[in-house]
Design a binder for this molecule. Structure first.
Ligand SMILES: [Zn+2]
Length: 338
């Protein structure tokens, strides 16, 4: 999809568009940012802008953009263009050295039919160390005509030698308003529900889609259950049982567990904020109005001091998740500290 159809990231996309138009795009790049905010889509848009034979200049900010409709653009979108390759981690969850060697070999030849060969490594933090080492020389002196883009939510897991050779383009979480709009347009989610989902999914489309499917009600209910479980539980074992309510249920992938926990932590924060409001008698500022009766039930266990402490624990847990701590450990820690 061309730059102009992507969600958010206006400044970043404008920079990429300008660099692609001026021929100043660095030949090796890292696209870093949270899961599900559109980094991979932006990399594909770069490939289209570089190869579309009939590009457009849709706005002042986007000086070069793919037409999005010609056969070249369509084939890039479908993953069928010979010069644009998106490499994904295999069944093992990693990208092996053989795959990298094959791509490096390709860069020795001129692009087959397009103007620029673009190789996108999605979830590039899954490149095994050998594979990253095999890429070093190509990243340092990319053959003319080739652009390599490493897409990752965890740039710190790339070797320092790889990071030092690639300028990093950072993608921020999407604004809640953008996420809500996307849910409404692309998934026909009703507006009030879309806004509620966007409020707890921290700018990730992947997390938003999942929450919209599970239902934001289910997420809030899980968060309420956690507070009810820990309310009077002094025994750590009883508290730890609440963990399974907020961490992804056996989905396997670390990214999806992290997103699921992050969504639940935001729901917890939202309920704790409401408990604080109820505790200080400002019921008018309660957000989860429909849950007010069950929150009032929890009030005797959550006085102002505990609510504040629990809120700080949720905040710290979200910070730890950002720093790539294990979702299971973060979930255990947070239920012990509520
Ligand atoms: Zn085109």
């Amino acid at each position: 999809m061309p730059f102009r159809t992507l969600l958010g990231h206006r400044t970043t996309l404008a920079l990429l568009s300008r660099a692609a138009g001026a021929g100043t795009l660095p030949p090796s790049l890292i696209f870093a940012g949270p899961d599900g905010v559109g980094k991979r889509a932006a990399a594909v848009a770069v490939a289209q802008a570089l190869n579309c034979p009939t590009p457009v200049a849709p706005t002042d900010r986007l000086s070069l953009d793919a037409c999005g409709e010609c056969p070249v653009c369509r084939r890039i979108d479908r993953g069928l263009h010979p010069d644009v390759t998106v490499i994904e981690p295999g069944d093992t969850g990693s990208i092996k050295i053989e795959v990298v060697r094959e791509q490096v070999r390709k860069t020795a030849f001129k692009p087959f039919e397009g103007r620029r060969r673009v190789i996108i490594f999605n979830d590039a933090d899954n490149l095994v160390d050998d594979a990253q080492n095999a890429l070093l020389k190509t990243l340092e002196e990319p053959p003319p005509g080739s652009v390599l883009i490493l897409v990752t939510a965890q740039p710190d897991r790339l070797l320092a030698t790889v990071r030092s050779r690639c300028p990093i383009v950072r993608f921020a979480p999407l604004a809640p308003a953008d996420v809500a709009l996307w849910l409404m347009r692309a998934h026909a989610v009703p507006e009030h529900e879309a806004r509620a989902v966007a409020a707890v999914t921290r700018g990730s489309l992947a997390a938003a889609r999942e929450t919209a499917q599970t239902g934001v009600e289910a997420v809030r209910e899980a968060a309420r259950r956690v507070l009810a479980t820990v309310a009077d539980a002094r025994d750590p074992r009883a508290r730890l049982e609440a963990t399974s309510d907020i961490v992804g249920k056996g989905k396997g992938s670390g990214a999806s567990e992290r997103e699921s926990l992050s969504t639940h932590l935001h729901a917890l924060a939202s309920l704790l904020r409401d408990l604080g409001a109820l505790g200080t008698g400002s019921a008018a500022s309660v957000i989860n109005v429909d849950l007010e009766p069950s929150l009032a039930h929890l009030l005797p266990s959550f006085d102002a001091k505990r609510t504040l402490r629990a809120f700080a624990a949720v905040d710290r847990a979200l910070g730890a998740l950002d720093r790539n701590a294990s979702p299971k450990i973060v979930a255990d820690w947070v239920v012990l500290n509520l």
